[in-house]
Write a protein that binds this ligand. Structure first.
Ligand code: SF4
Length: 366
């Protein structure tokens, strides 16, 4: 099977051209042409000799995700169900993952819109094996991991769909869609290196966040990566008993002792903070006592907490906390010196909000 061309790093293209007896600069030329112009066929790269195009055609796929569904929210959020089968799948559910485009305006102190930003929320796997009890993706189980080329193509697809040029610094990228990125570690990190390469899409590592449910050995390994986006840990509970109930992988990872040790030893860059995501479930993990316990757990860490009121839907049996409870939880954290922010839910009407990605066939298609 041909390799996915979008998943080839800059250095790998250089090795390929060298092995093919071509000058090294051809490697950079191919990498840039792919990542900046997104050709639909090798024949479009007319700057390359015909003989090279023929060899590329035989060795590499330019597979591009197809839009299986597209839903547009009242708030401008767009949710895509992307098909990675190349049109060959008899079982689409094994080849479809979701990606979300979230437009955001930045305002000055007087409320004037300064500029438009965008966040892409992308998937690293099709489905997920982690089985967090508050997440609809968990109901799918894991079908398969996306390869680096599919992850890069997913981002390139969103850049093209929303007419954002490579190198544009208005894009934030979050690995918070389907899947646990650290259970697809090598492909995710390779995709990150490709997307951040200055001769390619040129995304900034500081504008990328990888969110993990707490795969401890990978958190430690990630700290040593040369190209390292920001790290978020999906925490959701301040003690072992509750976290094990909400996230069944918890105990197998050594519990909070192992997770917090990895967090404390994580090599933060200057001005970098660890992010902890905390999904609030009414009367489960949103009591003031939980906020106090959480503040004690995070004491001394350079960290912030993003609070997300759970909203995935009735299938899972949890309840959304009132905004008063969410605010009280935040205030208690702040009272104890923890930087805590309430995340505004986006795209709820099209099931694009956090934890809602489940291939909703019945959502409104526009
Ligand atoms: S919250 Fe993330 S890690 Fe947990 S089941 Fe959902 S997709 Fe997987």
């Amino acid at each position: 099977m041909p390799r996915h061309a979008y998943g080839m790093e800059f250095d790998q293209w250089q090795s390929w051209v060298r092995d093919a007896g071509l000058p090294m600069w051809r490697g950079g030329q191919i990498f840039s042409a792919l990542q900046r112009r997104r050709p639909g066929a090798w024949s479009e790269l007319t700057e390359l000799p015909r003989s090279i195009r023929g060899r590329l055609e035989a060795a590499f796929s330019l597979a591009w995700p197809a839009t299986a569904r597209r839903h547009v929210s009242r708030d401008g959020t767009v949710r895509y169900l992307l098909d990675f089968s190349g049109g060959t799948a008899r079982t689409p559910e094994k080849n479809q993952a979701e990606a979300v485009y979230l437009p955001d305006e930045v305002f000055d102190d007087a409320g004037r819109a300064l500029r438009q930003r965008a966040t892409f929320c992308i998937s690293s796997q099709i489905g997920c094996a982690v089985n967090c009890q508050f997440c609809l993706t968990a109901l799918l189980g894991l079908e398969r991991s996306l390869d680096a080329g599919e992850i890069v193509a997913q981002v390139q697809f969103l850049l093209a769909a929303h007419e954002i040029r490579p190198g544009d610094d208005r894009v934030n990228l979050v690995f918070m869609g389907m899947g646990e990125p650290f259970l697809n570690y090598d492909a995710v990190l390779r995709a990150v290196r490709i997307l951040c390469h200055p001769r390619g899409a040129g995304l900034a590592p500081r504008r990328i966040t990888i969110s993990t449910s707490g795969i401890v050995d990978k958190i430690r390994r990630y700290g040593d990566e040369p190209v390292r986006p920001r790290l978020a840990v999906s925490l959701n509970a301040p003690n072992d008993e509750l976290r094990a109930k909400l996230m069944p992988l918890h105990r197998g990872q050594g519990g909070l002792a192992a997770l917090m040790a990895a967090a404390r030893e994580y090599p933060l860059a200057a001005r970098e903070r660890l992010t902890f995501e905390y999904v609030l479930l009414a009367r489960v993990n949103d009591e003031i006592a939980h906020a106090r316990e959480l503040a004690a757990l995070l004491a001394g860490l350079r960290a912030k907490v993003n609070l997300i009121a759970w909203n995935a839907g009735p299938e899972l049996g949890w309840h959304t906390p009132s905004s008063a409870r969410v605010t009280a939880f935040q205030s208690e954290l702040r009272r104890h010196g923890v930087a805590a922010y309430i995340r505004r839910p986006r795209g709820q009407d099209i099931f694009a909000a956090c934890g809602q990605l489940k291939r909703h066939e019945d959502a409104v298609q526009t």
